[in-house]
Structure formats: C-alpha cells, structure tokens
Design a protein around this ligand. Structure first.
Ligand SMILES: NC(=O)c1ccc[n+]([C@@H]2O[C@H](COP(=O)([O-])OP(=O)(O)OC[C@H]3O[C@@H](n4cnc5c(N)ncnc54)[C@H](O)[C@@H]3O)[C@@H](O)[C@H]2O)c1
Length: 388
C-alpha cells in the first residue's frame, strides 16, 4: 500500500482551500490548483490567515506554521498540478459535466495508479468516473464545512472503486487528522445528509399540515438542548440550497423528498433565509429569539430521533454503512452527542415500528415507514457494543 506524502487539490474555493489546509497540517506537501487566479489567491490567503489564527491560539507552534506555509505550492498550471502527486482531491463546483471533463483531462496525463478523490456532496462517484479507463482509482472523500473544524470525512466506494483505493483514501484522511468513515455503496447523500433528510420530510409535513408552526417546533428542539431549531438552521443554511437538495433527492431517492410547500413558497418569494434577511424568521436584527415556552405538544423530540434511527436502519439494510460508522459519522459530522443507534439501544422495537407507522400515516409520507430490517432483523441494527 503506497504511503502518500504529497497531494494535489483541484479547486481553491470554500472546500478546496480547507482540504489543502488539513493536508498541510497532516504534514503533507500540497499542490493547490485553480483555473481562476483570483480564487487561487483568495484560497491561499484564507489558508495563511487560518494558520496564523491557529498559531496565535497556541494550537500550532512556529515550526509547524513555517513548515505548512513552505509545503503549499499554489499553481495555475494544470499539468504541473496533477502530475506531481499520487493523490488528487477534487473540489470544483457541483456540475457533473465539469467534473467528468476534468477527470478525463487528468487521466490523459497522469500515471495509471494516481488516485482521484471527489468532494462531491451528492453525485454518484460511479457517474463521475464513468468515462475513465481506470475507474478503480476513483473514490469519494466528502469533507464537511468548515473543513478546518469538522472532523468527518465520508470515504465513498463507487461501483468500481478498488479496495486499495478505499484504503489509501481512508489512511490519508487519518493522516490529515480527520475522522474517516466508510460508505460502502455509492448511494445518494451518503450517511449524514441521508440520515437527516427524512427529518425535513417530517417537520416540513407538520408545518404544511399546520399541525404546528416552525417557531413552535424550534422551541421544542431548543428546549431539548439543540443549539439551533430546525427552521432557524434552515434559514441559516439558505432555503434555496435546501430547495435544490430536496429536488435532487426527489429524483434519486423518493418523491416524498420534494421540497415541502411552505419551503417552496418562501423560495418563490425570494425569502431565502439569513442571506436575504428573511426566511422562516426575520433576520434584520440578527439571530431570531425563540421562546421555549411556546413549544409544540403535537410532536415529541423522540419522534425526530426515531426518524433518524429509521433512516440509519435503511442504510444498514442497503449495505451502505455499518452501525458503528453511522454513529461515528453523525457524531463527528453534526452536533449530535450520541449516534442514532447508540441512542436507541434497548428500545422496544415493536413500539418504535408502530410509532413510525403512525407518523407515516398521519403525514402521508411513505419514506417515514419503518425500515424492513427493524421487523426482520433488528439485531443487525442494534449491534452490541463489543461487536461493533
Ligand atoms: N460548500 C460546502 O458546504 C460543501 C460541503 C461539502 C461538499 N461540497 C462540494 O465541494 C465541491 C466544491 O464546493 P465549494 O463550496 O468549495 O465551491 P466553490 O465555488 O467555493 O469553489 C470551487 C472552486 O473551483 C474552481 N474551479 C472551477 N472550475 C475549475 C476547474 N475546471 N479546475 C480547477 N478549479 C476550478 C473555482 O474557481 C472555485 O475556486 C462541490 O462539489 C460541492 O458540492 C461543498
């Protein structure tokens, strides 16, 4: 198995500069490439600023900062960038044709064992690698934003990714001081985004049916210790972004993931959340105040948890990831303190199934129906600690 000491990062934007910085902090030499000089300079500037902050906070010493800066090689020369390292992280915009063209151009000039790792949020790795001669060398390496703070990397196996490519990518993420988890099937939305997706269906459905208001649901979540309510967080992320991901999942996963009505209305009106000053909340005077005394009693916090467990069970059933990796991903990729499997150890599974069926019927959403594995083989979900 080859030991990687040099990597190339293609795209110096939000994610690319963060991946480059993580590689530098992991002791690697980094060639950072972008097609736009301005983006490249901005990316380098952000890396330097962030290193200075880490240094000031005492998280890295003089020597390490100097080494990181000396090991960063920004370039606008494509050939130079891609031929100088055995491992290439790709972080260009989420446009399939753009990625496919880039991989074809890279394959034409690199050696046949150079590994390509895509930071795609949603696309199938198999699809990105479709036109290549050596598809076994393409893998997903899905980092979370901001990369410098977020530990998780979902390492995704495409249909033709080799074991060696998976292992090299996994080991490299460890070297970069990240927490990799294995996504063993090229399944849309991978782990974290997939486990969270039906929560939007549940809460969007409740709001659309006017069972509870967004601020009442957020009050319930904050009362239960969540740092942000679901709708506050939606405003923060951008309602247009959630609208697009809903449309994407509607096509590739299930029709129930279509953007819910209240979300679609806001996007149509141009109320996109924090960035436009208005979404589910008014952000003109800063972060909204949520009164926990106005929390809804039409929904339980445990309903939200159960929906996450159910989706985690579907991932296990589909062979996408192990229970241990799902829990690890949810802890290191979100604010969750306990993973969905661990949280539900010892529950009454029949009761959980019945509650999920009720939620699905009440909201008329098939995706909330209990996973078959909860009935057929629950022991494969609730794996005992020692066996994980
Ligand atoms: N932003 C996030 O929160 C986030 C999280 C996880 C994954 N992702 C994924 O990471 C990837 C990059 O997203 P981002 O947010 O960093 O985008 P971004 O727009 O901030 O950066 C993309 C960079 O790629 C450059 N670029 C465009 N075409 C190029 C090419 N042919 N060769 C080299 N560079 C090129 C652009 O100049 C830009 O600097 C996307 O696939 C995205 O889905 C994003």
């Amino acid at each position: 198995m080859k030991e990687i000491t040099t990597v190339t990062v293609i795209g110096a934007g939000d994610m690319g500069h963060g991946i480059a910085q993580a590689a530098l902090l992991g002791g690697l030499t980094v060639h950072l490439y972008d097609t736009a000089d301005e983006s490249l300079q901005r990316g380098v500037g952000k890396i330097n600023d962030s290193l200075e902050i880490l240094h000031r906070k005492g998280k890295i010493q003089d020597e390490e900062m100097k080494r990181c800066k000396a090991n960063l090689h920004p370039t606008l020369d494509f050939r130079e960038a891609v031929t100088r390292s055995p491992f290439i992280f790709e972080a260009v915009p989420e446009i399939l044709e753009l990625k496919q063209r880039l991989y074809r151009d890279m394959e034409a000039i690199v050696s046949k064992d150079t590994i390509f790792a895509s930071n795609t949020s949603n696309m199938r790795i198999t699809e990105i690698a479709k036109n290549l001669q050596h598809k076994d060398r393409v893998v997903g390496a899905h980092f979370f934003n901001p990369v410098v703070l977020m530990k998780l990397v979902e390492v995704i196996r495409g249909d033709e990714t080799s074991d060696e490519t998976m292992q090299v990518a996994y080991d490299l993420c460890l070297k970069m001081k990240k927490t990799p988890v294995r996504v063993e099937k090229d399944s849309p939305s991978f782990i974290v985004n997939r486990v969270n997706a039906p929560v939007r269906v549940l809460l969007g459905g409740i709001v659309d049916k006017e069972i509870a208001k967004p601020e009442e649901i957020d009050a319930l979540m904050k009362f239960n210790g969540e740092p942000m309510g679901h709708f506050e967080l939606s405003d923060y992320v951008g309602l247009d972004v959630l609208y697009d991901s809903g449309q994407y999942r509607q096509q590739v996963l299930h029709a129930d993931y279509a953007p819910y009505e209240k979300l679609a209305e806001k996007v149509k009106r141009g109320d996109l959340g924090k960035k436009t000053g208005k979404g589910f909340y008014d952000w003109a005077d800063g972060r909204p105040t949520i009164d926990v005394n106005k929390r809804t009693d039409k929904l339980k916090m445990s309903d939200i948890d159960l929906v996450k467990l159910n989706e985690a069970a579907k991932l296990i059933e589909e062979g996408v990831a192990t229970p241990a990796d799902i829990d690890l991903a949810m802890i290191s990729g979100t604010g969750d303190k306990v993973g969905p499997i661990e949280k539900h150890q010892g529950i009454n599974v029949d009761d959980a199934i019945r509650r999920l069926e009720l939620l699905a019927e009440r909201l008329d959403k098939e995706v909330l129906q209990p996973a078959n594995i909860l009935t057929d083989k629950p022991e494969a979900v609730f794996v005992l600690e020692g066996q994980r």
